[in-house]
Design a protein around this ligand. Structure first.
Ligand SMILES: [Mg+2]
Length: 128
């Protein structure tokens, strides 16, 4: 048996187990982000930040990712890859400030998504 097993080959109730076996990578990343935030003065507690500003900054990273993608700037400085990383870093920072176990929340959401069915014919979205 390949260990850890691939998440996409598992049932929804096994997702948590599979990802925990990968040594809580996301928690380690969040811990590093919080260390840097403390060192650089970006805030580590709710009373040290403006939450709405932090949410707006997440949105700004999404816009930067969109702009990079539109201009076919996929890698390198300010490229699509880096902007997607910026989004995740800002989300993890905000989660860390509020003591939210974002890994657990992602797993909960993935479990819901695996069990849910979408009626694409009723939506005005494109998927290919
Ligand atoms: Mg950016």
């Amino acid at each position: 048996m390949i260990f850890p097993p691939r998440a996409d080959s598992l049932q929804a109730d096994n997702l948590r187990f599979a990802i925990q076996m990968e040594e809580e990578t996301f928690k380690k990343i969040t811990d590093l982000i919080m260390d840097i935030a403390k060192e650089k003065g970006f805030g580590t507690r709710p009373e040290e930040i403006n939450t709405m500003e932090k949410l707006a900054l997440i949105h700004s990273e999404v816009s930067e990712a969109l702009d990079a993608f539109r201009k076919k700037r996929m890698d390198g400085e300010n490229g699509f890859e880096e902007e997607l990383a910026d989004i995740v870093i800002r989300v993890a920072h905000l989660a860390g400030i509020y003591g939210i176990d974002i890994e657990k929340e992602i797993l909960k959401k993935l479990n819901k998504a695996k069990a849910r069915e979408w009626k694409w014919e009723e939506l005005n979205e494109m998927h290919s």
